[in-house]
Design a protein around this ligand. Structure first.
Ligand SMILES: NC(=O)C1=CN([C@@H]2O[C@H](COP(=O)(O)OP(=O)(O)OC[C@H]3O[C@@H](n4cnc5c(N)ncnc54)[C@H](OP(=O)(O)O)[C@@H]3O)[C@@H](O)[C@H]2O)[C@@H](O)CC1
Ligand SMILES: Nc1ncnc2c1ncn2[C@@H]1O[C@H](COP(=O)(O)OP(=O)(O)O)[C@@H](O)[C@H]1O
Ligand SMILES: [K+]
Length: 528
């Protein structure tokens, strides 16, 4: 089976380091990198145009290497018959060396070419823009990873002008104005139809405003060796994105001689008088993703209610104190046998925050050696007890907080640096930390971070977190290590949401719809 490779997601600093090492250590000239980048971008532009000959392209170029990529793209599209207008802001003497070399090439070409299809415009003020002909495609080659502060004039005005154009916009490397590390808009930013990014994905394309502003993304391989990308990807703030091929490789396969125990038993401790839906969604999700035997342990007085909603999922009633929480000692009498037989545990969905229940949760987590998913009220029981995570997680726990639950656990954190924050806490707590959101992010205890590649706003509906927790425990019950189970659960769950949205849009989905689409997605996309 060929080794499927995850996609590196780099910060500007890591990208610059990869460029530098390729140029200085490997000896691949920066000019060649730029030529390859520009040609790759031109191919994407050509696909957007359909036909190139006779079409009009306006290319706005900055004076750095991002502009240089744009000059190469302009030359290539011109060679293929397009009418090209290149707009520059600076004199060639102020350009970076590689950009200047490519600009001089364009000057030679414009002088030698009698077709009148290549026009170079030096922009001193914005007035020049209105003399440009309407274009079939605009190219944003103003700024890339060199952006370091809120956009200055005149680039800021150029960005606004671009955003008023009717025709599609292709952003080179990063939409100008978008922070390539955080996805924040620095003053103003190009809203691109498509972004062609060089060498590797950038973090800012996937976080914050990135997904909204960059449109579809093409990654151009420009000659930076994979081992260089993998090494720089270890820098803080960098991450990885799984591919379908990698998930297909990781997902468990059911053995031909499987029986319900060998296919993995998941024990779900969930539910309360207030929440009888969460245990259903979590336990059903565990069964749907392939656990052979799912047992749901809930407070005794909600057992009859769940029994009407669950058929394939077996139920266990947990004794309660007279105050209404779960009675710790009596509950262990009921659970201990099952804790020996189960292969994975999920604690939390809909458990409620009764102090007795919270004490029971902490005692259970200290007692079990099972790989465990802790979600929702399981996490709330750990507020103020994060030492318990440090002592007991040992890489076996998956925590699945949304932003609010994470803030309650970790205190005030700056989530514009969500990659670093997840990296830091997963490492400090020694657990797999799945921080839900758009996109959801997974931190491993060794510092590796994953940005979810699938999912869409249809997921913003109550219960999808319960489903996600169930997918996690269902995968761990089948023998998948917690680190990989969290990445797979997000990827597959998000893929189910994507299939739903493709058919029905993003407003109508409810959490259990994810499970209705899961079998087809597992079959069609993940070969299970
Ligand atoms: N040749 C190669 O190795 C490869 C290069 N690659 C390409 O190079 C790009 C990186 O090139 P880069 O480092 O030159 O930076 P770049 O994004 O062009 O910007 C520099 C300019 O930005 C300006 N500027 C900064 N902040 C600003 C603000 N707030 N408002 C306004 N202006 C501002 C800054 O001006 P200054 O602040 O210096 O006055 C300077 O003029 C990368 O994205 C990729 O496309 C790839 O193809 C890979 C191979
Ligand atoms: N399969 C999934 N893929 C990606 N993100 C997911 C997935 N499931 C849940 N999420 C994220 O989790 C959020 C819902 O979690 P949460 O708020 O805990 O829901 P609830 O507690 O109502 O079940 C969603 O908005 C989405 O960002
Ligand atoms: K750009």
């Amino acid at each position: 089976m060929p080794e499927a490779l995850p996609e590196p997601v780099l910060t500007a600093r890591a990208m610059r380091e990869a460029d530098r090492r390729t140029i200085e250590e490997l000896g691949l000239p920066g000019r060649v990198l730029m030529e390859t980048a520009g040609r790759g971008a031109a191919d994407v532009a050509a696909r957007m145009l359909g036909t190139v000959a006779g079409r009009t392209v306006v290319c706005l170029c900055g004076r750095g290497n991002n502009g240089g990529d744009g000059f190469v793209l302009a030359r290539v599209l011109h060679a293929r018959g397009a009418r090209v207008h290149v707009v520059t802001l600076a004199d060639v003497s102020a350009m970076s060396d590689d950009a200047a070399a490519n600009y001089r090439l364009l000057e030679q070409l414009a002088a030698a070419d009698a077709s009148g299809r290549l026009h170079l415009h030096r922009l001193d003020a914005l007035v020049g823009l209105d003399h440009l002909p309407p274009a079939d495609l605009y190219v944003d080659a103003l700024l890339g990873t060199g952006l370091s502060s809120p956009l200055r004039s005149p680039i800021r005005e150029l960005v606004q002008w671009l955003n008023e154009r009717a025709a599609p916009v292709l952003a080179i490397d990063i939409p100008t104005g978008l922070d390539s590390d955080t996805g924040e808009v620095l003053g103003a930013a190009v809203a691109a139809t498509r972004t062609v990014t060089m060498g590797a994905l950038k973090v800012g394309l996937l976080l914050g405003e990135g997904p909204r502003l960059c449109g579809a993304i093409d990654v151009i391989e420009i000659g930076i060796p994979r081992h260089v990308l993998e090494q720089v990807a270890r820098q803080p703030g960098c991450a990885w994105r799984a591919t379908d091929a990698l998930i297909r490789q990781w997902l468990p396969r059911r053995a031909h001689d499987a029986h319900k125990y060998s296919a993995g038993m998941a024990l779900v401790v969930a539910g309360s008088r207030e929440f009888t839906g969460a245990p259903v969604m979590a336990a059903t999700a565990a069964a749907r993703i392939g656990a052979g035997y799912v047992l749901c342990a809930c407070p005794s007085d909600v057992r009859p209610i769940l029994a009407t909603k669950l058929t394939e999922v077996a139920l266990l009633g947990l004794p309660e104190t007279e105050r209404g929480g779960i009675d710790q000692e009596d509950a262990f009498d009921v659970l201990d046998g099952w804790l020996e037989r189960a292969r994975a545990l999920l604690v939390g969905p809909g458990l409620g925050r009764h102090p007795d229940t919270q004490r029971f949760v902490r005692a259970l987590l200290e007692r079990t050696q099972l790989p465990t998913v802790i979600d929702a009220d399981g996490l709330n029981a750990l507020v103020g007890f994060t030492d318990l995570i440090r002592e007991h997680a040992q890489g076996r726990w998956i925590l699945t907080p949304h932003t609010g639950e994470f803030r309650r656990l970790a205190g005030e954190v700056d989530l514009t640096r969500r990659i670093e924050v997840v990296q830091e806490y997963a490492r400090a707590w020694g657990c797999v930390l799945l921080l839900k959101g758009m996109p959801s992010v997974v931190g491993w205890p060794d510092g590796t971070v994953w940005i979810n590649a699938t999912g869409n706003p249809a997921l913003a509906t109550a219960g999808t977190g319960d489903v996600l927790a169930g997918l996690c425990v269902g995968l761990v019950a089948q023998g998948l290590p917690p680190a990989q189970a969290a990445v797979c659960a997000l990827h597959v769950g998000g893929a189910a949401a994507d299939r739903y949205a493709a058919h029905y849009g993003t407003a109508s989905m409810m959490a259990l719809d994810l499970l209705a689409h899961l079998p087809v997605v597992l079959r069609e996309r993940f070969d299970r």
